[in-house]
Each structure stands twice: as structure tokens, then as C-alpha cells.
Design a protein around this ligand. Structure first.
Ligand SMILES: [Zn+2]
Length: 361
């Protein structure tokens, strides 16, 4: 049996993150395996390889990636230039299995799904474009009449691409994917959160995919968005126990933010005889207290949105004098900053955002 090689995972700077057992099987160079007569016949193998139709079987390619029994003829230099994995592979053994060839090219068996692999290679070769804005991948039509296909950041294709790019240490593609996510509303800063006009339509696989691909910096906001989803949706996500615990604990903590803010900043002003606009704060408390008593309201787990909405159009603000308005807005601003800063801790990921190594661009 051919031993399973470990695949290195790198962070954006190219440093090793951890090693995961990879699905690519390599022959150990030190211990040559006995070659069975049926597997190799001279220059070409007896393997029944079919050539992939289309642009990914390059006439001048010099290496054949084989998925099941389908070959993709590509260029070692392109693989090497774009992925840490193939750079290491070719540095260790070039070609890795010289005795097995197809169309005169060495064969590298890979164990990815064909759709994911063709997407990955398509992006690598520039046949499929990764555009940072608008947030989506655009597949160029391969024939004149096919429409350009927009792949949203929450499509299965997108997550597959991120997974494969991570697996093969394709930093450029991985970075583009992360950038697209952050522009699609998976914010890393409160400024990004406020400036993104869209919120990601979460896919059920997003949290697991981010964990699997070690994109930790996007975890806090993903948990934050998940808190606002229905139980049925959370069930669909198939989170592990650890993630579920983080989600529900975090949700409980967030649910207290808005009522506590009301108690601290609105009730305080409504009761304080020194506050000139006291009656207006009193009136404001009466209107929000109804909301707080509404058990069906899940907005409490979205304090950023709540505070933002109230900052923008809370009815009582119109009646406030400039000084009280400014003073209240400052309190709101500080509270939102505090909530954002606390998100990694709220979900038990890290104590600070810095520890998540913010390297998105
Ligand atoms: Zn006032």
C-alpha cells in the first residue's frame, strides 16, 4: 500500500500552520515499491485514462493529474508557481512517479472531486475569474453563447474552491476567497460591518468550512450572524458540539447587551433630574420596554444592528437637544465598539481580534 503523505497547511505569510493528513498519495522515494507488471508497460501505463474534454487538457502540458480515470494535462510550472503543495512535491521528486506516464507526461493521481478540481485549476489558469467586487466568481464562457456564471460566496462551489486552495496552499486564490468573503459582509472590523450594504445570505456550511480552512478571523462575525438564524437553520448547519456550545453561550451573552444598554443609558437619563431632556428619555424607555418584553423578538442577539438602528432613527432623538443627542450618540458609539471588540471572546474563540491574525488583504 502506498503511504499517505501529510499535506502542510500554511497561513497567509507562508508559514506552516499545521499538518493535516492529505488525500494525495505519494510513493515514498526512499523505499521504491515493487512495480507490478500490469500497472506499467514501457513509456505508457496500462491505466485506462480518459482525456478530459475542454481547456484543461493542454496539448503542451507536461504533467497529467488523474482523478479516478480522467486525466487533466497541465503545466508543472503553473502548479508550482501557484501552490506550495506542488512546489514541495516537485522539489522532493520530479517527476514523482517517473515510471508511470500518459501521453508522454508523468502522472500524478489526485483525490479531489472533478468539479472542484476543474474550478480550482480554472481559476489558477485564469479561465475562471475571481473578482473581488461584485462579490462573486465569474466563469468566462467557454463557448461563445454560454452566459457568464456568477458564483456567490455562499455557493457550494465557492467553499469547495476555498477548501482546495487551502489544501494545496494556493495562497493567492485563498486570499482572494477570503477577501471576497470580507467584502460580502463577513466583516473583520466594525467599520467594514457598517459599510457593507449587504449581509451574507449564510449558507449552512459556512462555519464548518471556515473552521476546516482555518480562516479564523471570519469566525466571530459568522457566529454573530448564526445567532440570528432559526433553530431549523442551525440544525442544517450540522455543527459539532463545540461550535454549538460557542454559539448558544455567545447568543446568551449577546442577548443581554441591549436590555443592559437600555437600563444603563436610557433609564439612567430618564431618572436623572440633571438631564434636561428627561421626559423624552422617559418616553423612549416606555416605547423600547415593549420591545424588551416581547419574547419572540430575536433582535437581542443582534445588538449591533439594534444599536445601529436606534442610532439612526430612534424616534425620541428628534426631540432631544443637541447636547443630549450628542451625549447619547457617544454612549451608543462606545457600546457598539465594545460589543464588536468583545465578539471573539463572546464566542470563546480568542480574547482579542489581534490574536486571530487579521490578514485579509
Ligand atoms: Zn437635553
Amino acid at each position: 500500500m502506498i503511504p499517505v503523505q501529510k499535506i502542510k497547511l500554511y497561513d497567509e505569510a507562508g508559514e506552516d500552520l499545521e499538518s493535516l493528513p492529505g488525500p494525495i498519495h505519494l510513493q515514498e522515494t526512499q523505499k521504491p515499491q515493487p512495480i507490478t507488471k500490469t500497472s506499467v508497460q514501457g513509456r505508457s501505463t496500462s491505466m485506462n485514462i480518459k482525456r478530459l474534454c475542454g481547456s484543461l487538457y493542454h496539448k503542451d502540458g507536461n504533467v497529467v493529474l488523474v482523478v479516478a480515470d480522467v486525466g487533466l494535462r497541465v503545466h508543472a510550472s503553473v502548479l508550482e508557481g501557484n501552490t506550495g503543495f506542488f512546489r514541495d512535491l516537485f522539489a522532493a521528486a520530479c517527476p514523482p512517479r517517473p515510471e508511470e506516464t500518459f501521453d508522454g507526461c508523468p502522472i500524478i493521481p489526485v483525490y479531489d472531486g472533478m468539479e472542484g478540481l476543474t474550478l480550482f485549476l480554472g481559476v489558477m489558469y485564469g479561465y475562471t475569474y475571481v473578482l473581488s467586487f461584485p462579490s462573486g466568481l465569474f466563469k468566462l464562457p467557454t463557448s461563445g453563447c454560454r452566459p457568464i456564471l456568477n458564483i456567490s460566496v455562499n455557493s457550494d462551489e465557492f467553499w469547495t474552491l476555498l477548501k482546495i486552495a487551502t489544501k494545496y496552499a494556493a495562497f493567492g486564490i485563498r486570499r482572494s476567497c477570503i477577501k471576497m468573503l470580507s467584502q460580502a459582509g463577513y466583516a473583520v472590523t466594525l467599520k467594514d460591518y457598517d459599510s457593507s450594504t449587504t449581509r451574507p445570505g449564510l449558507s449552512s456550511g459556512c462555519l464548518n468550512a471556515l473552521q476546516e480552512t482555518n480562516v479564523r478571523v471570519l469566525l466571530p462575525v459568522t457566529y454573530y450572524f448564526l445567532c440570528q438564524q432559526t433553530d431549523a437553520f442551525i440544525e442544517e448547519c450540522e455543527l459539532d458540539n463545540d461550535a454549538l456550545m460557542r454559539l448558544y453561550r455567545g447568543g446568551c451573552k449577546l442577548a443581554k447587551v441591549w436590555p443592559e444598554f437600555v437600563a444603563k443609558e436610557i433609564v439612567k437619563r430618564a431618572q436623572d433630574r440633571e438631564t434636561c431632556c428627561r421626559p423624552i428619555f422617559k418616553q423612549a424607555f416606555d416605547s423600547v420596554s415593549n420591545l424588551i418584553l416581547d419574547a419572540n423578538l430575536n433582535g437581542f442577539v443582534a445588538p449591533l444592528l439594534y444599536l445601529l438602528r436606534h442610532q439612526a432613527d430612534m424616534s425620541f432623538e428628534r426631540g432631544l437637544c443637541e447636547r443630549c443627542k450628542e451625549d447619547f450618540q457617544d454612549a451608543m458609539f462606545e457600546e457598539r465598539e465594545r460589543v464588536w471588540t468583545s465578539l471573539p471572546r463572546v464566542f470563546g474563540i480568542t480574547n482579542t481580534w489581534e490574536e486571530l491574525e487579521v490578514r485579509v488583504s
